[in-house]
Every structure is written in structure tokens, then in C-alpha cells.
Design a protein around this ligand. Structure first.
Ligand code: COA
Length: 280
């Protein structure tokens, strides 16, 4: 299914182009600290005028502000932020820190005055995605309010669409194939906790095969292998592997239909052992 082609007015389109091109250059040319670029960009996006270093951001101006207003300004700088995944003990801190400015920019952009403009948002997220995720294929399309854990354990094939409010917990790794659709409010996990000891965490890679669809409000549990061209129905919880071409619904998800095999399913065998890490 294809989307309609929608465009803003010419002047807005030119300004959007300039915004994205100059931001990408400043984030990647090695001449600036990405933390500074993110701090300044968020300041400009939220306040709509002026440069961080030329106005309210200077120390004298800052000191004239209320504590709450100063907290907002500080919150634009990724160096002042702690995120939930940073508290996990199995984090690769170096890999996360490299990405953290881009992750914070993505999350704060979505909540900014620019964040609900779909066409600009697709371009903005496509620009940031290769700086955050392990790999990103062609035509990646991501809507707003999508969350993940580390980013560096998350890979996308070509033509993947991720809809609103999706959670991609890549703590143990998520590998998403080509032509996959993940619908609104779906959750895909790759970690779980020991039922007796909450501090013992099991990380296990979750894979979503080519052409699979994880439909709205569905949940895929850690380590599940979702076969090619299969479908996890609305509200289903996939607790076990989903065979290629199967349509599964319910909790726990069970097969209600099998699609016609229009092509041979790829080898999707998993054979992976549970890995345990301590979260203490
Ligand atoms: C999985 C899905 C496609 C099944 O639709 P379908 O093939 O038309 O299946 P049917 O309506 O014939 O349902 C078959 C049976 O499963 C049940 N069922 C269907 N969807 C169900 C669901 N999400 N949860 C529980 N039971 C479900 C039906 O009640 C029916 O049960 P019955 O045989 O006892 O009457 C549909 O439930 C779904 O999740 N749609 C998601 C929509 C979508 O495409 N979202 C975006 C994708 S990118």
C-alpha cells in the first residue's frame, strides 16, 4: 500500500530543506560537539527565535529566570539528561553515549512545536536514524512518539514502517527484516526478568521476518522469532515463535489462519540460547 504524496507550500519546503541540511551538517561534520548542536537546536525549536549563545542562554540572562525556566533550558542539553536505559547495568555506555545527543534530539523534537508534522518528521527521523541505530535500510519511515532502549542493538531492513507510539526494546537486540510494518502502540521486547529474582535479566534477540506485520497494540515477547509474511493480530501477545505466513491472534497468540505461500519462506530457525545478565 502506498501513501499519498503530500507537500507543504514552496517557501516552507525550502526552509525545511535548509533546516535539515544545515542540522545534518552541524551534527556530522566533526567541527562541533553534537551535544552543543542539540542544545542550541532544541532551544531554537522550542523558543522559535534567537541562538542559544546570543540570548537567553547567556549566564546573566539565565540567572534572571525562575528556577523552573532555568531547568527547561538545562534540559535541552543532552549532558544534563539521564534516560531510563542508561540505568541498566548491561548497557554499552560508550556506544550509548555516542548516540545519546541524537536520541535526545529525536525524543525532544517529537514533543516540540515541529513534532506532529508528518512529512517533515519522516525526513527528520530518517536523517537521524543512521546515527542512532545499528543499521537502517532504504525508505525507513517512522511516525512520532516511537521509543527504544539502546538503539545500537536495533536494525531495520528496507521499506520498514514504524507507526505512532511503538516501543522497540532492543536491550537484547531486535532485527527487523525488509518490508515490515509495525502498527500503532505495538511493543516488541528483547529482554525479560527472572520470575523469582527481578534483578536477573535475560536478554534474547527478537527477529521480525521479511514482510511480517505486527499490528496495532500487539506485543512480541523477548526472543520470539516472527516468521516472514506472518501477522501478529490486534492486541495479540506472541509468547512463542510465529511460523512464516501464519496469522496469530489472542493471548497467548494462536494461529487462526495461514496465508497462501506466495513465495518460499526463508530459513528462520533460531536455535539461540538464553543469555542472562545481572541488573543489580
Ligand atoms: C489478524 C486479523 C487480520 C484477522 O483478521 P481476519 O483474517 O479477517 O480474521 P477473521 O475476522 O476471519 O477472524 C478469525 C477468527 O479470529 C478471531 N479474531 C480475529 N482477530 C482477532 C484478534 N485480534 N484477537 C482475537 N481474536 C481475533 C475472530 O473473532 C474469528 O474468530 P471465530 O472464528 O471464533 O469467529 C485481524 O484481527 C487484525 O489484527 N487486523 C489488524 C489490522 C491491520 O491490518 N492493522 C495494521 C497492519 S499493518
Amino acid at each position: 500500500m502506498f501513501y499519498r504524496e503530500l507537500r507543504p507550500q514552496p517557501q516552507a519546503e525550502a526552509d525545511f530543506d535548509e533546516f535539515l541540511n544545515s542540522l545534518h551538517r552541524d551534527l556530522t561534520d566533526g567541527r562541533h560537539d553534537p551535544n552543543d548542536v542539540v542544545r542550541d537546536t532544541l532551544y531554537e525549536i522550542y523558543y522559535g527565535a534567537g541562538k542559544f549563545g546570543e540570548g537567553i542562554g547567556r549566564a546573566p540572562s539565565l540567572s534572571n529566570l525562575s528556577p523552573a525556566a532555568r531547568a527547561v533550558i538545562h534540559n535541552f542539553d543532552p549532558r544534563n539528561i539521564t534516560t531510563e536505559p542508561e540505568h541498566y547495568t548491561d548497557i554499552d555506555s560508550r556506544a550509548y553515549q555516542e548516540r545519546k545527543p541524537f536520541i535526545w534530539l529525536w525524543q525532544m523534537y517529537d514533543r516540540s512545536p515541529l513534532g506532529q508534522n508528518a512529512v517533515l518528521g519522516h525526513r527528520f527521523r530518517r536523517m537521524l536514524a543512521p546515527l542512532i541505530f545499528k543499521s537502517v535500510g532504504e525508505n525507513f519511515k517512522c511516525w512520532h512518539f516511537v521509543e527504544w532502549s539502546y538503539g545500537y542493538n536495533l536494525s531495520f531492513g528496507d521499506n520498514v514502517v514504524v507507526h505512532r507510539h511503538v516501543l522497540l526494546d532492543d536491550r537484547g537486540g531486535i532485527e527487523i527484516g525488509n518490508n515490515v510494518s509495525i502498527s500503532d502502540y505495538a511493543n516488541i521486547y528483547s529482554h525479560t526478568h527472572d520470575i523469582h529474582d527481578i534483578h536477573t535479566v535475560y536478554n534474547r534477540t527478537t527477529r521480525i521476518g521479511d514482510g511480517a506485520r505486527i499490528t496495532y497494540h500487539a506485543t512480541v515477547l523477548a526472543g520470539t522469532q516472527v516468521g516472514a509474511h506472518s501477522m501478529v493480530g490486534t492486541g495479540a501477545v506472541a509468547t512463542k515463535d510465529v511460523e512464516p505466513y501464519h496469522i496469530k491472534v489472542g493471548i497467548p497468540a494462536k494461529t487462526v489462519k495461514v496465508k497462501e505461500n506466495l513465495e518460499e519462506p526463508p530459513d528462520w530457525d533460531n536455535g539461540e540460547e538464553l543469555k542472562s545478565v545481572s541488573d543489580r
